[in-house]
Design a protein around this ligand. Structure first.
Ligand code: T5A
Length: 213
């Protein structure tokens, strides 16, 4: 059995990741591919318990190091319990956020050194990396407006202030520049269908040879 493909969605708050992830998963399923959709922080029982600690409560609930450690612990559990078993049985895994979010949010956003974050990630997941990362890019104000319109209690990061969100937007663009073979920046200001079409075109181009779409 050939190993499945691992696709991650990244970007700032309200960029449309969850919406586009669902549209992509439906397109892959229509093409006869077994798809597992998942998210971070979360995606396994243990990681969902850690998620609750991270996305609710006071903005200064954790210092940056603790926050990075919690995200990394959640990621390890998610990989071991959900992602790796699915890929092994040949399913494609489509994940809402992954390790790039730790570099963008805890690194660029909170100011932790890049080497610290990359070292932590390597410790938890070794050389494992997504086959393709779709970075949905959108002006910060537009993303926060979209995310705010959705409501809910999981808004701890949304409340971190515009300069924080400006830094992490730049972080995601830097990540794409450093790893152009793995990452593709998608203009998320377009309509839902427009963004979906860009994503499908990228999948066909980047995963050509593996893709039956
Ligand atoms: N985090 C996570 C870290 O700090 N470090 C880490 O290592 C990790 C893994 C997770 C938080 O954790 C942080 C980052 C996050 O703040 P979350 O609730 O999962 O929290 O937050 P987000 O991932 O940011 O999810 P959001 O739901 O806020 O944003 P999405 O998924 O990007 O946006 P989506 O699809 O829900 O869309 C938001 C709204 O916009 C509309 C949708 O209908 C929806 O109402 N919309 C559009 N409207 C117009 N045009 C379009 N093209 C649209 N696309 C979507």
């Amino acid at each position: 059995m050939e190993r499945g493909r691992f696709i991650t969605f990244e970007g700032g708050e309200g960029a449309g990741k969850s919406t586009q992830l669902k549209m992509l998963a439906e397109a892959l399923a229509r093409a006869g591919i077994e798809v597992v959709t998942t998210r971070e922080p979360g995606g396994s029982k243990g990681a969902e318990a850690i998620r609750a600690l991270l996305v609710t409560g006071e903005v200064d609930r954790w210092d940056a190091h603790t926050e990075a450690l919690l995200h990394t612990a959640a990621r390890r559990d998610h990989l071991v319990k959900t992602i790796w078993p699915a890929l092994e049985r040949g399913a494609w895994v489509v994940c809402d956020r992954f390790a790039d979010s730790t570099l963008a949010y805890q690194g660029y956003g909170h100011g932790l050194p890049k080497d610290f974050i990359l070292g932590l990630t390597r410790l938890a997941i070794g050389d494992f990396a997504p086959d393709l990362t779709l970075i949905l890019d959108l002006p910060v104000e537009e993303g926060l407006k979209r995310a705010g319109g959705r409501g809910g209690a999981e808004d701890r990061y949304e409340r971190m202030g515009t300069p924080f969100h400006d830094r992490l937007r730049q972080g995601f663009l830097d990540i794409a520049k450093f790893e152009p073979d793995r990452c593709a920046v998608i203009d998320a200001t377009a309509s839902l269908d427009g963004v979906h079409q860009s994503i499908m075109a990228t999948i066909k181009r980047r995963l050509l040879g593996f893709c039956v779409l």
